[in-house]
Design a protein around this ligand. Structure first.
Ligand SMILES: Nc1nc2c(ncn2[C@@H]2O[C@H](COP(=O)(O)OP(=O)(O)OP(=O)(O)O)[C@@H](O)[C@H]2O)c(=O)[nH]1
Length: 300
C-alpha cells in the first residue's frame, strides 16, 4: 500500500506488463511521459503504435514503423533483466530497466537522466545504436544470425540450470528462387518482410525470431510443450499459406517448411541447429509446406 502511494507521487516512471504484454499498472509519471491512452486493455505494441501515430512518448525516428517494432520486439523481455537508455519526444532522456519474472510479468522502471553530461551520453548513445545494428537484420528488422544464436545459447543455459524447456524451429520459404525469378529480387524482399511480419504477429514476447540466412529463419519458444509448439508452427504454416504478400500479384501465394526440436540438455547451439536443419531438409523432401521433428517426435 505504502509502495503504491509512493509510486503515485514519484517522478520515477513505473509500469507493469503481464505475460501477454498488456499494461496492468502505470504510475502518473509513466502515464504522462508515454501519453498512455485511457483504454481498458492496452498492450505494449498498442502503446508504441499510438506513440508513433501521435508523435508522443517514445522517440521513434523511422519511416518504417513495422521494422522499428520488429527490432524493438527482438530485444524486449528475452532475459530476466536489461537496462538501456531511451529518449522521449519531450526531449527527456530516461534510463529504463526491464525486470521479467518467471511468470512473464515485466516491471519497467525508468529515471530521468537528462541532467547527465551530454558528451558521455552521446558516446553511450552511439554505442547503443551500433550494438542494436549489430543484432538486427537490416531487411526485416528481426534478430540477425548472431543475435538469435546468442539467444539460443541463453535458452540452453536456462534449460541446463533451471530445467526450462525450449522449442527450436528452423523455417525456410519454399521454392524461393522461383519467387525471385518471377517477381524480381525486390518482390522476393517484399515476401521476406511479409513473412517476418506474419510470424511476428503470432509470437509471444519471450519468443526469439531471427533470420539466419537468405530465406531461412530460426525461432525459439521458451517454456513450451511439444503440443503447443506443433500448434504454433501449424498456425504459422496456415497463416503463410493463406496470405497474399504481393499487392501487384494478388493471386500469388507462398508456403514454408519447418524442422523442429525440443532442446535437449546435451545439445549445444551448433548441434541443435544441425538437427533442425536436417529435419527441415526432410520436410522439404516430404513435399514442403509441413514440418518434421528432428529425430523422433518427443513424447507427447
Ligand atoms: N530477394 C531475396 N532473395 C534472396 C535473399 N537471400 C537469398 N535469396 C535467394 O533465395 C533463393 C534460395 O533458393 P534455394 O536455396 O535454391 O531454395 P528454394 O528455391 O527456396 O527451394 P527450396 O528451399 O528447396 O524449397 C536463392 O535464389 C537466393 O538468391 C534476399 O535477401 N533477398
Amino acid at each position: 500500500m505504502q509502495m503504491m502511494s509512493l509510486h503515485e507521487t514519484s517522478p520515477v516512471l513505473v509500469s507493469l506488463f503481464d505475460e501477454k504484454d498488456n499494461l496492468r499498472y502505470a504510475n502518473p509519471a509513466f502515464r504522462q511521459a508515454y501519453a498512455v491512452p485511457n483504454v481498458p486493455q492496452l498492450s505494449w505494441t498498442d502503446l508504441v503504435r499510438s506513440n508513433f501515430k501521435e508523435g508522443v512518448g517514445t522517440q521513434i525516428q523511422t519511416l518504417d514503423f513495422e521494422t522499428w517494432l520488429a527490432s524493438a520486439s527482438s530485444r524486449r523481455g528475452k532475459q530476466p533483466f536489461r537496462a538501456f537508455e531511451t529518449d522521449l519526444t519531450d526531449g527527456r532522456w530516461v534510463w529504463m530497466t526491464e525486470t521479467v519474472q518467471a511468470n512473464g510479468w515485466l516491471l519497467c522502471i525508468a529515471s530521468d537522466i537528462s541532467e547527465l553530461k551530454t558528451r558521455s551520453r552521446l558516446l553511450r548513445q552511439a554505442r547503443d545504436i551500433a550494438q542494436r545494428a549489430a543484432q538486427t537484420d537490416v531487411l526485416t528488422g528481426i534478430s540477425n544470425r548472431g543475435h538469435i544464436m546468442e539467444l539460443l545459447d541463453q535458452r540452453l543455459d536456462e534449460l541446463r540450470n533451471d530445467g526450462r524447456s525450449c522449442g527450436v524451429v528452423l523455417i525456410d520459404l519454399d521454392h524461393f528462387k522461383q519467387v525471385n525469378d518471377t517477381y524480381g529480387h525486390q518482390g522476393g524482399d517484399t515476401v521476406l518482410r511479409h513473412f517476418a511480419r506474419t510470424v511476428q504477429k503470432v509470437l509471444r514476447r519471450e519468443d526469439g525470431f531471427g533470420r539466419v540466412g537468405g530465406e531461412e529463419f530460426l525461432l525459439l519458444f521458451p517454456g513450451v510443450e511439444v503440443q503447443t509448439l506443433e500448434h504454433a508452427i501449424k498456425r504459422i504454416l496456415d497463416k503463410v499459406r493463406t496470405s497474399k504478400p504481393l499487392p501487384e500479384a494478388p493471386k500469388f501465394g507462398y508456403t514454408c517448411s519447418a524442422g523442429m526440436r525440443m532442446l535437449h540438455p546435451q545439445d549445444d547451439a551448433r548441434s541443435a541447429y544441425g538437427l533442425v536443419d536436417k529435419a527441415l531438409y526432410a520436410a522439404k523432401a516430404a513435399g514442403r509446406d509441413g514440418f518434421v521433428w528432428a529425430n523422433q517426435a518427443p513424447e507427447h
